[in-house]
Design a protein around this ligand. Structure first.
Ligand SMILES: [Zn+2]
Ligand SMILES: [Zn+2]
Length: 332
């Protein structure tokens, strides 16, 4: 098969992914193999390639938002059949026995393993996934528009859950990338109003087109108090103004895996009146299934820009420079 392979950690500007002829993977027990149709790109792929995540495996095929069709079924698989379309996301293993796994919080499992990081991912014509970690994909989505749901969508959905947004309530969003634009569509479908703060003019334009109740550049300009808010931007300085713009009893979800330090803030002005701060860590498979079901009902229409597999370096360079609106998707 053809694959874009990372041989060494390097800056994306040096185009470190190489288009190589690579051996077809074979599914082990409990695994299925996919003929990959497309795979979205994500900032986490950049972190793997540039070494901001500790190096786990080299060479590695990145990519963790895969849509493909099952073409081989390993021993012991019961759910999936050849010819079935499935999605693969970042989470590909949890221990199933720790206290977190047994209490519906497998996102906190300390033995979790990830696609395109601990095991080869979807920047290739074929990929293998444990059957239990593959998602059935509703027909409401074509292949390309399903891919962003598998990472940006799931993370956004988890953040939305953690923000405790009431049906018909008001939601503030800080930072308007791939996750946020999925969340906005789900929130609208639940009868909520969405208020967006984001720096890039292109992102503000997209938020306006998508029907945000208000769009602005600075957090301090938020015109009303919201019931819930999500900070997607990795900027700790957004936390105090986002808390100040929360209604009493409201919840602020912090969606990033990384954030610059949060400035010191006064208790009474920012936290008192039962304002809650919830961090968000990865996701459970249940989050993924719920997202795909609800997104099909909306239906969510992700914005995408496609690239051929061989141009994965250019696609990631565009992502690094913030030149993609919506999500970049590699098509096989
Ligand atoms: Zn991702
Ligand atoms: Zn566990």
């Amino acid at each position: 098969m053809k694959a874009m392979v990372l041989g060494e950690i390097a800056p994306i500007g040096s185009s470190p992914l190489e288009l190589l002829e690579w051996p077809d993977p074979r599914p082990g027990p409990g695994e299925v193999r996919l003929e990959v149709r497309c795979c979205a790109i994500c900032r986490t792929d950049l972190h793997v390639i540039e070494g901001e995540l500790p190096q786990e495996r080299l060479p590695i095929i990145p990519g963790h938002q895969i849509i493909g069709v099952v073409d081989e079924v390993g021993a012991g698989c019961r759910r999936l059949k050849r010819g079935q379309r499935v999605g693969v996301a970042w989470l590909r293993h949890t221990c199933g026995t720790c206290s977190f796994c047994r209490s519906g919080r497998e996102n906190l499992c300390e033995s979790s393993r990830f696609t395109g990081y601990h095991a080869d991912g979807g920047y290739a014509q074929r990929a293998v996934v444990p059957e239990d970690f593959a998602y059935e994909v509703p027909d409401a989505f074509d292949d390309v528009s399903a891919t962003p749901l598998l990472c940006a969508g799931i993370i956004g959905y988890r953040a939305l859950k953690r923000s405790n947004l009431p049906d018909g309530g008001k939601l503030g969003i800080y930072g308007f990338g791939s996750s946020a634009h999925v969340v906005l569509q789900i929130a609208h479908h639940r009868g909520c109003e969405v208020y967006v703060v984001t720096r890039g003019e292109k992102h503000r334009e997209l938020a306006r087109q998508m029907g945000a109740a208000w769009v602005g550049e600075a957090a301090a300009d938020m015109p009303i108090k919201v019931d819930s808010a999500i900070v997607f931007a990795p900027a700790g300085e957004l936390v105090p103004p986002a808390l100040a713009a929360l209604e009493k009893g409201g919840t602020l979800a912090l969606a990033g895996i990384y954030m610059t330090p949060i400035p010191e803030m006064g208790y009474e002005k920012y936290v008192f009146y039962e304002r809650n701060i919830h961090s968000v860590t990865a996701n459970t498979r249940e989050d993924g299934r719920q997202l795909l079901t609800e997104a099909a009902r909306v239906p969510v229409r992700p914005h995408t820009t496609t690239y051929p597999l061989s141009e994965a370096n250019r696609a990631l360079q565009d992502l690094a420079r913030d030149r993609i609106n919506g999500t970049g998707v590699l098509v096989m």
